[in-house]
Design a protein around this ligand. Structure first.
Ligand code: PLP
Length: 452
């Protein structure tokens, strides 16, 4: 940022950076929700990050509860991950040829999620779900896709309808530029409503290629599946010969070593829930699987995955797919993500969720905090507080304006929350007592701000 611009912007480097960025980049950002559209103000332009902290271009440090929207499970710039990236970079940035690192990563994914027998590496979660849709259509020879309102699967044309995340913030039903034809074969159903799924299959069953769902939705705020919902999707899709695609881009390797599927299918699940367990046909992974670098993946049984080129007729490719530097970050992150890491985030998240809830209650703010493993978020307003939020309609009915005051009070106190009420709060293994205490100290004043 030039001196003149800084002065012109009232000596606020973030404001100056935002003004300058808007001159060169649409909205000044490379991904919409970063622009603070729903909370207002200048986005913090970040200069560096370490452990649980991020530092902006003004030199101000914040405890980070965004964690790069999920990937930073170990905290930012973990020394071993950085070293692995540096070593890989020194060996070459990109080959456009197969590497053993890709095989290691695919095998590590399969070790954690055995149903991901064959794995294809891509660069973004969007690519993973886009490929899952194409593969499901290619395998079944059917056109239609079922998705749930409020679930975000990346900016895939067919999956943008009533998506959460940035689309929820912008209050757009889908996106301009998506043709009617691209959206026409997508059925959008209310989340947590198996009767709606049954009805859709009763009407269109022979034309439905797949049901695509977030394993546990976290892009309309955190809205966990009701007990038996995912299992019900498995039952219904099996009966109708459709594929069950579980999107674990956000939850995968974050809520547990084997993702949300692992939590719902732990060895003792049958004892606890009476569930016999379930296995989706396809999994998509992203975020943590790349450890902060562009890696995502698609996995499933060989009988389905081998329909992909070069073995099968479903085309999919990528110049930078399986990039060796990115794979080194992902593989090292997964290898470091041991039981102690998951135990830490599993302790820290409920403690913060409870503290946020207590602060809001003390300030008289009606709300509900919903949590799915180590993911949680707050919904504001009497409706949410009475019965909890089970779907997108209810999530949208909350008093989201209260989050604006809450968010900015936290930011002022040095805590960076996600800049939208529809996003999950992310903690990492690096969120130690110091970082947690800073959050706890900031909560009461933020809760009072939300009450106003
Ligand atoms: N699926 C889910 C559940 C996500 O949360 C996201 C991103 O937030 C995506 C897919 C898209 O991933 P990416 O942003 O890497 O394209």
């Amino acid at each position: 940022v030039s001196e003149i611009e800084t002065q012109a912007a009232g000596r606020d480097p973030n404001h100056a950076a935002f003004l300058r960025a808007q001159g060169a980049i649409p909205g000044g950002v490379s991904s919409p929700v970063r622009a603070y559209g729903s909370v207002g103000g200048d986005p913090r332009f970040l200069a560096s990050a370490r452990g649980p902290y991020v530092t902006d271009v003004a030199g101000r440090e914040y405890v980070d509860l965004v964690c790069s929207w999920g990937p930073a499970l170990l905290g930012h710039a973990h020394p071993q991950v950085v070293a692995a990236v540096q070593e890989a970079a020194a060996r070459g940035l990109s080959f456009g040829a197969p590497t053993l690192g890709e095989v290691d990563l695919a095998e590590e994914i399969r070790r954690r999620v055995p149903a991901a027998e064959h794995v294809r590496l891509v660069s973004t979660g969007t690519e993973a779900t886009m490929t899952a849709v194409r593969l499901a259509r290619g395998v079944t020879g059917r056109p239609m896709i079922v998705k749930f309102a409020g679930c975000y699967h990346g900016h895939v044309d067919a999956l943008l309808a009533e998506a959460g995340s940035g689309v929820a913030t912008l209050a757009m039903p889908g996106s301009a530029g998506v043709t009617e034809a691209a959206a026409a074969e997508t059925l959008v159903l209310p989340y947590n409503d198996l009767a709606a799924v049954e009805a859709a299959f009763a009407q269109h069953g022979s034309r439905i290629a797949a049901v695509v769902t977030e394993a546990s939705p976290a892009n309309m705020g955190v809205v966990p599946p009701h007990e038996g919902f995912n299992e019900g999707l498995r039952r219904i899709t099996s009966r109708h010969g459709a594929l069950f695609v579980m999107d674990e881009v956000l939850t995968g390797f974050r809520v547990g070593p084997s993702g949300w599927w692992g939590l719902e299918n732990a060895e003792n699940t049958a004892d606890v829930t009476g569930s016999a367990g379930y296995t989706p046909d396809l999994f998509t992974f992203g975020k943590v699987v790349g450890g902060g670098m562009p890696v995502a993946a698609l996995g499933g049984p060989a009988s389905i995955m081998d329909h992909l080129a070069p073995l099968g007729p479903v085309y999919q490719a990528g110049t930078l797919s399986g990039n060796p530097v990115a794979v080194a970050a992902g593989l090292t992150t997964l290898r470091l993500a041991d039981d102690a890491v998951y135990a830490h985030v599993d302790r820290t998240a409920p403690a913060l969720a409870d503290a946020a809830g207590e602060a809001l209650s003390a300030a008289g703010v009606e709300h509900v905090v919903q949590r799915a493993g180590s993911l949680f978020s707050v919904f504001f307003g009497p409706l949410a507080a009475v019965s909890g939020v089970r779907d997108y309609r209810q999530a949208q009915a909350q008093e989201s304006y209260r989050y604006t005051a809450f968010f900015h009070a936290m930011l002022e106190a040095g805590v960076a929350l996600p800049p939208s009420v529809f996003e999950a709060w992310f903690v990492s293994a690096a969120h130690d007592d110091d970082a947690v205490n800073r959050i706890l100290e900031a909560l009461p004043a933020a809760a009072r701000a939300a009450a106003a």
